[in-house]
Design a protein around this ligand. Structure first.
Ligand SMILES: Cc1cc2nc3c(=O)[nH]c(=O)nc-3n(C[C@H](O)[C@H](O)[C@H](O)COP(=O)(O)OP(=O)(O)OC[C@H]3O[C@@H](n4cnc5c(N)ncnc54)[C@H](O)[C@@H]3O)c2cc1C
Length: 287
């Protein structure tokens, strides 16, 4: 295999021009390389040009925005984990970032690369979907902003065109007024992808009545799944007992896992129910 040329644009415009083919060869984005590197080593991808994003300043940074957050695509997961702004506004996101793989992976992997890699078992998509995050996709032809749940198409597939970059992720301000919990079930090793990962974000009134809910599950379908039937089962009553069990049953009915080394489809469906109950109980205990 011919070694790809590694180019490092310094502006977003330059990066987009290279992606659109202005550099001559077909360029593929390289962020942290923790997802793409193994594919290249196995010969599953052979781009002529690798487009390193590390010098594009516009793509970095964690900033407070409208009560929520604006997260640049090249923010490393370790920086998300340690950011005081993230911890203050959406602690569940900092917590989830700190659970991805191991410190070597988190020190290299970027938020944009993590989402664009689109493995359905990844840790951050469920949390970000539960938070109501949106992604910003930019090409020379324009910009589009999508709810994160509409970004994923299937395993390792997204709506991104080859000329587009994911530039930033927005976490809305209203998510800071909800309580959000993420739990991952990784029985083989804490460094492994989870068998299932469940995130729930709720707004409860002082009596514990659920006013609003967002439920998302990873590892149990071709993409992260937002489970609106479970959300409907939660809203309008106290977060406790039968209501928790009913919502968890809705999750079990809605997920669509398959057999693999992390468990059978049947086992994953059951684990999605069990871990949803645990997450909901934790939220109820926090009232
Ligand atoms: C040992 C190991 C353990 C792991 N454990 C876990 C785990 O427990 N949980 C978990 O969730 N994940 C885990 N991962 C996966 C890891 O989270 C992903 O590999 C990583 O997040 C990808 O980020 P990256 O910046 O390295 O992306 P890259 O590998 O650089 O890129 C991934 C893909 O996205 C594209 N891309 C990157 N950035 C952009 C952008 N801004 N716009 C458009 N396209 C872009 C690239 O072209 C490539 O196709 C593990 C990985 C390893 C190697």
């Amino acid at each position: 295999m011919k070694t790809p040329e590694y180019v490092t644009p310094t502006t977003l415009r330059e990066a987009l021009e290279l992606l659109s083919g202005a550099g001559g060869g077909e360029a593929v984005v390289w962020a942290g390389g923790t997802g793409l590197g193994p594919l290249l080593r196995r010969g599953l991808a052979s781009p002529a040009v690798l487009l390193g994003l590390e010098k594009v300043g516009e793509l970095g940074g964690v900033q407070p925005a409208d009560g929520g957050l604006r997260l640049g695509a090249t923010v490393r997961l370790r920086d998300l984990q340690r950011s005081p702004v993230v911890a203050a506004r959406v602690p569940a996101l900092a917590d989830a970032a700190g659970r991805v793989g191991n410190v070597r992976v988190r020190s290299l992997a970027t938020l944009g690369g993590h989402l664009c890699h689109a493995d359905p078992a990844q840790d951050l998509p469920p949390v970000l979907v539960a938070l109501g995050a949106r992604v910003c996709l930019v090409s020379l032809r324009g910009t589009r902003v999508l709810p994160l749940e509409e970004f994923f198409v299937g395993p390792l597939q997204t709506v991104l065109s080859p000329e587009e970059l994911l530039t930033e992720v927005w976490v809305p301000g209203e998510s800071a007024s909800r309580n959000t919990v993420y739990a991952r079930f990784a029985p083989r090793s804490p460094e492994d992808y989870p068998t299932v990962g469940v995130a729930v974000s709720v707004r409860l009134d002082p009596d514990g009545v659920c006013q609003e809910a967002r439920v998302a599950v990873g590892g149990a379908g071709p993409t992260v799944l937002r489970i609106t039937a479970a959300e409907q089962a939660l809203v309008g009553g106290v977060l406790a007992g039968q209501r928790i069990r009913d919502a968890a049953r809705e999750v079990e009915a809605a997920v669509d896992p398959w057999d693999d080394s992390r468990g059978s489809a049947e086992y994953k469906r059951a684990m999605a129910r069990v871990w949803t109950e645990r997450v909901l109980q934790k939220l109820a205990d926090e009232v």
